[in-house]
Structure formats: structure tokens, C-alpha cells
Design a binder for this molecule. Structure first.
Ligand code: UNU
Ligand code: FES
Ligand code: FE
Length: 446
């Protein structure tokens, strides 16, 4: 039997291999993690006009997000309150209402039941429409990035992001205009557990030079030296890794924002013009981050690469499969040509069939499926790299690791993962607010 309370050992920095395979673990994740966290839905640029809508997933729940007639964002479950059929099968569009395909019940863009065929003749005018609205979901937006949460007792989105919001502002605010996503998202299915890509994006600087050796060799440029972990690279001071209260984290390679873009004249020009403005707006520490390349995960299942500018959600579909949705991040104030360049390079490198994306895919699938072996599955995985070489930093919030190549943010992700798996409520989680970082004992490292 799996002990749900002992999946992660924060002292030894190990995780049970059951986290990638076990059905019971997965069922608990859906309730405790996906049922209580803020999950990424869409960007407001895809919901500009009244009546605009998109459909997406929150874990395995199908949801609709709309711009209602009063201008506010609404989210509700995509399941009819009559016999449960989905009421919208389009990915996106603009509408006055949603009409169920089965018997024709009609719902407004805030989920209210507004019309029912044969309401007078066959329901004898006795149907209580007010109690038959679609199930609503909390929806909040941060710098235009829209998230939903099933849990009424969860903190606000801003509090859930916490210090991570301070980092996100680096490019979500930037020089002032901020960023948006280019959609609709590319979609594909990958046979892996949802945490394999999440942990990879949150803190795996280590794999870059190895898994992506060939791609980096061909791309050349500033990151070319990473290919095969060549000795002359300053691996111990390439950048930093950060973890925050609710498991969100990232790794940054200094001065490498544009490094993955093969054709990068417009992007280079944009950076040159914009970095001083970011410094003025947000200060030097974040101006430095603005010029770095980031790999990141927002807990639990939203990852992105800033610099490469791919933005992803890993929708779980059972313990051994995910649906990958990928958008491209663009700075709003970049030239149209610059934006086209960014989109092209992001799709070529980390789109569904991207060169670097396909390097990762095989590892993601193997890391999951090898653990179907009953004997293999006993035992743990190791994330000890850089343990002790991390702590509170004078310029950067959270716990900061000493190099881009370390596992500080892995440890932070799984620390919060275990906290959520074990906690009965958000009150239990809030009770740890003062002590969450105690498992990083060398807090005076910097
Ligand atoms: O694969 C990655 N996560 C990555 C690739 C990160 C940084 C640079 C290149
Ligand atoms: Fe890291 Fe094998 S070397 S998984
Ligand atoms: Fe990778």
C-alpha cells in the first residue's frame, strides 16, 4: 500500500516512484491538488469582446470561460444540468448563449438557464430554472492571464502566486505594456505522468546540455557550449534557481533570453531597447532577469520558457497520459515582424513537433512507463543537487539556489506537492505559512 503522506522525503530530497504510476496517488492529486489550486485557463486577449468564449480543461473537468455581457469573466462546468451532456463542443468563438445539443436547454454567457423547450406544455411551467444554472467556477486574472479554481476557501489568485507574481511581473509587466499569448494552442497527447514535464520545467537545468545536446550543437550561439556539458562553461554560476511558497519556481540562465532563437535580429533589438525601461520600471534585479532565459512551472501544471517564449499546460488524463497545450508568449509592444519571428522560433523549438520538444518527449514517456514494473516502482528518485547551496537572497524573494544547474526548485515543487497531498484544507496549508522554508536549512547561504 502506498502511504500518501510519505510520497516525498524533504530531508533526503527523494520522491517515491509511485508518484508517476499509482492510481490511488493520482485520484488524490485530482482532489487535493487540482481541486484546490488555481489552474491556468486562457489569456484575456482571447476573450476581448462580450460573448467571446473558450473551452478548456481543469484536470479532467471540461470548462467554459466567457466574457459575459456585463464585461466580467465567467467560468462554469461544460455539462448540462438536464442530463449532463456537454453544452459546447467548439474550442472558441463568440455567442449569445449555449444551446445543449441533446434536448435544447439554453444557457446564457454567465451559465444561467434561460430557456427550455416545451417548458409550459410538458414541464407544466413548474421547472425551477433558477436552481438549474451551470456549476460556476471561481475565475481571476493576473496581468491578463486567466486562472480558475474549484475551491471557495482557496486564497485569491494573487496570494496563491505570492512571490511568484513578483517574478512574473518581470515580463508580464516589463517595460509597461506586458505580454500576451498567441493562440489557439497547439495540442498533442503524450503518454506520461503530468508531473514529469512539470518537474522538468520547474527545475531541470541539468538535462539541457545532455538531452538537448544535438539541438544545442546545431543551434550554436550562446547556449552552444552547453551541448554535452562542455568543461569550459561556468556551470556553477550560470544563473539561479528559485522556489516559492506554493511550489512555483524557475531556473534562469543569465543573459540568454534570446539565445535559443536562431534568427533573432528583431528580438535582439527589442531587448536592447527594453532592458533599460524594465530597470526603470521594476529595478535592476528584475532587469537582469528580463535578459535571462527561464524555465518555469506555476504549480501545479502550467509551465513556460521565457526567452524561448513557449507557454504550456499539461492536462492530466489519468496517471499515465497528458494532453499538452502550447501557446506562444509575445511582448505586446514588440514590432509585428518581431512577434512573427518569436512565434516561428518558439514553434520550431518547443511546438508540438519542435526539435527540442521531441528531445524531451521520449524521456517523459520512459520516466513514466518504466515504473509500471511492480519491483521497479518500489524505491525513490533523487533530487539532491545543490542542497545546502540555497537560501534567502537580498534581492530575490523565495529560496534561491546558487546555480541554474541545481534542483532547488524541484525540491520546492515536491515540498508543496506533499503539503497539498497531506493537507485536509487550505486552513491546514495556511498554518504552515511561517515555516514552509524550514526544510531548506542553510537559509543564510547568500
Ligand atoms: O529544455 C529546457 N527546459 C531548456 C532548454 C531550458 C533552457 C534552455 C533550453
Ligand atoms: Fe537522470 Fe538517468 S541520468 S534520469
Ligand atoms: Fe528539455
Amino acid at each position: 500500500m502506498v502511504d500518501i503522506n510519505k510520497l516525498v522525503d524533504t530531508k533526503a530530497s527523494t520522491q517515491s516512484k509511485e508518484v508517476f504510476w499509482d492510481q490511488e496517488v493520482y485520484d488524490r492529486e485530482i482532489k487535493n491538488i487540482f481541486g484546490r489550486s488555481w489552474l491556468f485557463l486562457t489569456h484575456e486577449c482571447m476573450l476581448e469582446k462580450k460573448g467571446d468564449f473558450i473551452t478548456t480543461k481543469m484536470a479532467e473537468d471540461s470548462v467554459i470561460v466567457t466574457r459575459h455581457t456585463d464585461g466580467s469573466l465567467k467560468a462554469f462546468v461544460n455539462s448540462c444540468t438536464h442530463r449532463g451532456n456537454s453544452i459546447c463542443s467548439a474550442d472558441s468563438g463568440n455567442t449569445k448563449s449555449f444551446v445543449c445539443n441533446y434536448h435544447g436547454w439554453v444557457f446564457s454567457t454567465d451559465g444561467k438557464l434561460v430557456d427550455v423547450p416545451l417548458r409550459e406544455k410538458c414541464y407544466h411551467d413548474e421547472l425551477d430554472r433558477d436552481s438549474l444554472s451551470l456549476k460556476t467556477i471561481r475565475v481571476e486574472s493576473y496581468r491578463g492571464f486567466v486562472f480558475g479554481c474549484f475551491d471557495e476557501t482557496a486564497p485569491s489568485l494573487e496570494d496563491f502566486l505570492g512571490d511568484w507574481g513578483w517574478y512574473l511581473d518581470t515580463w508580464m509587466v516589463g517595460a509597461g505594456e506586458g505580454a500576451e499569448l498567441v493562440g489557439p494552442p497547439m495540442k498533442s497527447i503524450l503518454k506520461c505522468n503530468w508531473k514529469v514535464p512539470t518537474e522538468n520545467f520547474v527545475g531541470d537545468g541539468y538535462h539541457v546540455g545532455w538531452t538537448h545536446a544535438s539541438a544545442l550543437h546545431v543551434l550554436g550561439g550562446e547556449l552552444g557550449g552547453l551541448a554535452g556539458n562542455q568543461a569550459e562553461m561556468p556551470f556553477d554560476e550560470l544563473g539561479i534557481q528559485v522556489t516559492t511558497r506554493h511550489g512555483h519556481g524557475f531556473g534562469v540562465i543569465d543573459n540568454a533570453a534570446i539565445a535559443i532563437h536562431a534568427k533573432r535580429d528583431e528580438y535582439a533589438k527589442y531587448m536592447e531597447e527594453t532592458i533599460p525601461k524594465v530597470a526603470e520600471n521594476l529595478g535592476e534585479p528584475r532587469a537582469k532577469l528580463f535578459n535571462g532565459h527561464w524555465n518555469c512551472s506555476t504549480f501545479p501544471n502550467c509551465s513556460f520558457l521565457y526567452g524561448t517564449n513557449i507557454f504550456k499546460v499539461w492536462h492530466p488524463r489519468g496517471p499515465h497520459e497528458i494532453e499538452v497545450w502550447s501557446w506562444v508568449i509575445v511582448h505586446k509592444d514588440m514590432s509585428d515582424e518581431g512577434k512573427r519571428e518569436v512565434v516561428k522560433q518558439a514553434v520550431r523549438s518547443f511546438g508540438t513537433a519542435g526539435t527540442l520538444e521531441s528531445d524531451d518527449g521520449d524521456n517523459m514517456v520512459q520516466s513514466t512507463h518504466v515504473n509500471r514494473g511492480n519491483y521497479t516502482r518500489e524505491g525513490t528518485m533523487n533530487s539532491t543537487m545543490g542542497q545546502g547551496y540555497e537560501g534567502e537572497h537580498p534581492d530575490y524573494p523565495g529560496i534561491v539556489g546558487s546555480s541554474f544547474i541545481g534542483e532547488t526548485s524541484y525540491r520546492g515543487f515536491y515540498r508543496f506537492y506533499q503539503e497539498m497531498m497531506s493537507a485536509d484544507s487550505w486552513d491546514d496549508i495556511r498554518a504552515n505559512d511561517e515555516h514552509w522554508a524550514d526544510c531548506f536549512p542553510n537559509k543564510n547561504y547568500w
